[in-house]
Design a protein around this ligand. Structure first.
Ligand code: G3P
Length: 217
């Protein structure tokens, strides 16, 4: 499973990069707006920090505008993946960009039917939103399981990117379901390290070592 960070914040990306476990980045208009910096500039900066797929989302809503916008984003860096919403116009743009060899990430996917459309349109990635499905009282990770099963059954090449992961349990369940990628905020990745027995165990190891080899003066 590849790990992507769902952030446009450079400090978070630098910290994640130091751990050597971040394979890519996803951004969306809300995350970019939070940073208050020119979109294209921030995408270019992110590409310098993480050497992997970097999703950059279009803000046009009509395919005839999404296509040139997507091409402009793809031209920023070879690692840019053009993110498109799962609408009729987004799917139209996805088909057009995919047929020209531009990699796409179809986002805002909330059903298996929508995921089938993304695969049919040649999407490189599809992003089902686990947390937002849980928010309305459904089971977000059941959707990941359904999409993974359907894609295997049908031999679709589109990769499943479990998005809107809010907890380490979401990550575990998405991994168990077979999602090839999980994207998460920095705080979720950071929380995956935590276990009280690790802290307690390390504390004891160091105390024992100190007692044996570094006696108090
Ligand atoms: O990757 C999609 C993500 O940005 C949405 O997350 O927590 O706003 O539902 P969230």
């Amino acid at each position: 499973m590849k790990f992507f960070l769902d952030t446009a914040n450079l400090d978070e990306l630098k910290k994640g990069a130091e751990w050597g476990i971040v394979d890519g980045v996803t951004t969306n208009p809300s995350l970019i707006a939070k940073e208050g910096i020119k979109f294209e500039d921030r995408i270019a900066e992110i590409c310098q920090i993480i050497d992997g797929d970097i999703s950059a989302e279009v803000v046009s809503t009509e395919a005839k505008l999404m296509i040139p916008e997507g091409k402009k984003l793809a031209a920023i860096h070879k690692n840019v993946v053009v993110k498109l919403p799962l609408t009729r116009e987004g799917i139209k743009a996805c088909s057009a960009l995919s047929s020209e060899g531009i990699r796409t990430n179809v986002t805002l996917c909330f059903s298996a039917a929508q995921a089938i459309l993304a695969a049919k349109a040649g999407a490189y990635l599809v992003s089902p939103f686990v947390g937002r499905i849980d928010d309305i009282g459904w089971d977000g990770n059941q959707l990941i399981r359904d999409i993974v099963d359907i894609y295997i059954e049908q031999g679709f090449k589109t990769l499943v990117l479990a998005a809107s992961l809010r907890t380490s349990l979401h990550v575990i369940e998405a991994a168990r379901a077979g999602a090839q990628v999980g994207t998460m905020p920095f705080k979720v990745l950071d929380s995956m390290f935590n276990h009280p027995l690790t802290d307690k165990g390390l504390d004891q190891f160091l105390k024992d070592y100190q007692k044996a080899f570094e006696p108090a003066k």
